[in-house]
Design a protein around this ligand. Structure first.
Ligand SMILES: NC(=O)c1ccc[n+]([C@@H]2O[C@H](COP(=O)([O-])OP(=O)(O)OC[C@H]3O[C@@H](n4cnc5c(N)ncnc54)[C@H](OP(=O)(O)O)[C@@H]3O)[C@@H](O)[C@H]2O)c1
Length: 297
């Protein structure tokens, strides 16, 4: 039997990093790192980590993901989201190691109502989106053996995310006001992890799938639709059932401008990796179930 192939993961305590560890197939030896083991603002530490083993791939999940905070913390955002991927890409290129870089729907302008394809023109409207686009460009430029995976609206049973916020505030208030004029593809961190393993399989099997792809759960909806799905999923567990009022983006001002259209077209991902992410509502049911089962256990 072939020995498990070593994979270096950054941001291992985050939503995607956690699920990559939980869902690792036996053919991989996942080596998780977060800020304590590998601070991605430290170029020498990145170089040493990349050179330390013959990695089958590096998966860079670490990022500055606080979208509103990034507007006033430009340096940290660019350091983590653009400079660190640039250094990872240069070091992996030197070592002949492929890199998977996770990116975001926020690289797009977010107008219209079509689902963005990977080659569509970008036009970020926030510091976060611009810095993530900088990271994409750096990775594409520095290491030809790259896969950039754009995802969106990430939720999971861990970390900070919309599902956990809804369950918390829904238990405190009888009515919530949720934005109904931004549309996207809610996506589970477990589903992203499974998609990343499909990419790793292609890489390890020598298929050279280099390029940029979109990886989100199937279907689309607004934040309001997602909130309603969360509370519907919570009912069998006796979870909160607040009224959910639909509001517009203008009624809920935030420091960062968010795209009204965050839809991503996954067809090239599905065709290349023969992996079809499930509908987002099934993903929400599973995550809400996991969260409320844990609470009532
Ligand atoms: N969340 C979303 O809705 C969303 C949407 C589209 C794309 N994405 C992308 O998907 C990827 C994974 O997102 P996620 O939701 O899993 O993010 P997350 O939960 O915020 O996790 C990010 C991780 O990076 C770590 N990190 C921060 N600074 C670091 C440093 N200097 N050195 C090492 N690690 C550091 C964080 O640690 P601390 O907690 O200690 O800071 C955290 O564990 C990111 O590239 C993100 O841009 C996310």
């Amino acid at each position: 039997m072939t020995a498990p192939r070593p994979i270096l993961i950054t941001g291992a305590h985050g939503q995607v990093g956690t699920e990559l560890q939980r869902r690792a197939p036996a053919r991989y030896e996942v080596v998780p790192t977060d800020r304590d083991e590998l601070d991605i603002t430290d170029a020498a530490a990145i170089a040493a980590a990349v050179a330390s083993r013959p990695w089958a791939a590096v998966v860079n999940c670490a990022a500055h993901t606080a979208v509103d905070k990034a507007e006033s913390d430009v340096e940290a955002s660019w350091r983590l989201n653009a400079l660190a991927p640039a250094i990872f890409a240069a070091e992996t290129r030197k070592a002949g190691i492929p890199i998977i870089q996770i990116s975001t729907d926020y690289v797009f302008e977010g107008d219209g109502d079509h689902a963005y394809r990977p080659a569509d023109p970008t036009g970020p409207r926030s510091v976060y989106g611009a810095s993530k686009l900088g990271g994409e460009l750096a990775v594409r430029t520095a290491n030809p053996q790259h896969v950039v995976l754009r995802t969106a609206w990430v939720v999971s049973a861990h970390g900070n995310n919309f599902i956990k916020t809804m369950l918390r505030v829904g238990a405190e208030r009888p009515e919530l006001r949720v934005v109904a004029d931004q549309f996207g593809c809610p996506t589970g961190a477990p589903d992203i992890a499974d998609g990343i393993y499909a990419v790793l399989d292609a890489i390890v099997d020598g298929k050279e799938p280099w390029g940029t792809y979109h990886l989100v759960n199937a279907g689309e909806g607004s934040w309001h639709a997602l909130a309603e799905a969360v509370f519907a999923a919570a009912q069998p567990f006796g979870g909160p059932a607040p009224a959910v009022a639909a509001i517009g983006t203008d009624d809920y001002p935030t420091p960062a401008r968010r795209p009204a259209n965050s839809r991503l077209d996954t067809s090239s991902f599905i065709a290349t990796f023969a992996h079809q992410p499930r509908p987002w509502r099934a993903m929400v049911d599973e995550i809400v179930g996991e969260l409320l089962e844990i609470k009532t256990a």
